[in-house]
Design a protein around this ligand. Sequence first.
Ligand SMILES: C[S@@+](CC[C@H](N)C(=O)[O-])C[C@H]1O[C@@H](n2cnc3c(N)ncnc32)[C@H](O)[C@@H]1O
Length: 223
Amino acid sequence: MVSGDRGAHWDAAYRGRGSEGVSWYQSSPTISIELIDDLSPPRETAVVDVGGGASRLIDVLLDEGFSDVSVVDVSDVALAEVGRRVGPTAASLIHADLLAWTPTRRYGLWHDRAVLHFLVDPAERNRYVEVLHLALKPGGYVVVGVFAFDGPERCSGLPVVRYSADALSELLGADFEVVAHRREEHVTPTGAIQPFTWLTARLCMQPRIPLRAAADPHDATEG
Ligand SMILES: C[S@@+](CC[C@H](N)C(=O)[O-])C[C@H]1O[C@@H](n2cnc3c(N)ncnc32)[C@H](O)[C@@H]1O
């Protein structure tokens, strides 16, 4: 799927069912917050929620005192809703297709719930890992949640790839050290159970894949 089609697809999903009617809706992003809190990140850590959509994660992070939060999403409809909820300047709302996105700074924490699993083309998965390397500081963390091996085969009308923790770790590559993994059974608004695999990993201090993103003025100051 190309970027324009992706945006239209996800805009239609949010418009059609409303952000609280979509299958991935959570009133509270409990597992994400638990995994992030386990890392005890300093509140000035730059956090990016990729494919964050209309998720409440950003609201909770702001409530917890995080001062530098960003959402990257291909859906204008979802980002507009986040902007209405948290205010236009509380978070950086980046309208972009993740696979075409060139980060202009680096983050200390990358969060992804239910985006990576839509990348069924190996070239798209390689690009995802490349963007992850461009966006993350050495020593930074990635928290990713994807459908588990026994999870759904499709979501929002699209095919998905399902993962074990080992498969997810293998995809991230040898530059990432696994910190934790968990299983979750997400209950959709219609009561269906969707098993997820969650993985937290840390990018090593000297990644083999060179960092090519523009120089980040925050590099010297963020945890
Ligand atoms: C299943 S939803 C999950 C949303 C959010 N992470 C959550 O947990 O509520 C997938 C999200 O990823 C976004 N998305 C899908 N493909 C994307 C891409 N290539 N680049 C940026 N966003 C993407 C969609 O717009 C949608 O908001």
